[in-house]
Design a protein. Structure first.
Length: 134
């Protein structure tokens, strides 16, 4: 974080606890989706340092950047939308080729490494969820 950048968290938020919960949730979602490759997990988190990754994975401890928290938030939103739309096949959907994404899987789209890629998947699922109520 840049020195002049200010976090947007209220003072009463326990940031260490927030980071632990975010990491625990992320790794649980990866386990449920069958994303076992640590390099894929690093891409989803926006990490380049393996030592930081293993510290986070083994201790669920670390100072997460706003970027990493945003990435985890998108992944949590994707997970939630899939639980609503496809409760019995959510984990398969992530790895299944989809014509909406040029016949590639949503996971491959997310593994391009940009926050925007996560946004695309989340936005698509949110639109699908919205169509349930029309």
């Amino acid at each position: 974080m840049l020195a002049n950048e200010k976090e947007n968290f209220p003072d009463n938020i326990d940031k260490d606890k927030l980071n632990r919960v975010a990491l625990k949730t992320f790794f649980n979602i990866c386990k449920q989706w069958g994303i076992d490759n640590y390099k894929d997990q690093m891409i989803l988190l926006g990490l380049s340092s393996e030592s930081t990754f293993y510290k986070w994975k083994n201790n669920l401890n670390g100072k997460l950047s706003k970027d990493t928290l945003e990435r985890i938030s998108y992944i949590m939103g994707i997970y939630k939308a899939l639980q609503i739309l496809l409760p019995y096949s959510a984990k398969n959907w992530v790895k299944t080729k989809n014509p909406v994404f040029d016949n590639t899987s949503p996971l491959k789209v997310m593994l391009h490494g940009n926050v925007a890629d996560l946004f695309i998947i989340r936005n698509y699922l949110d639109a699908e969820r919205g169509s349930l109520y029309e």
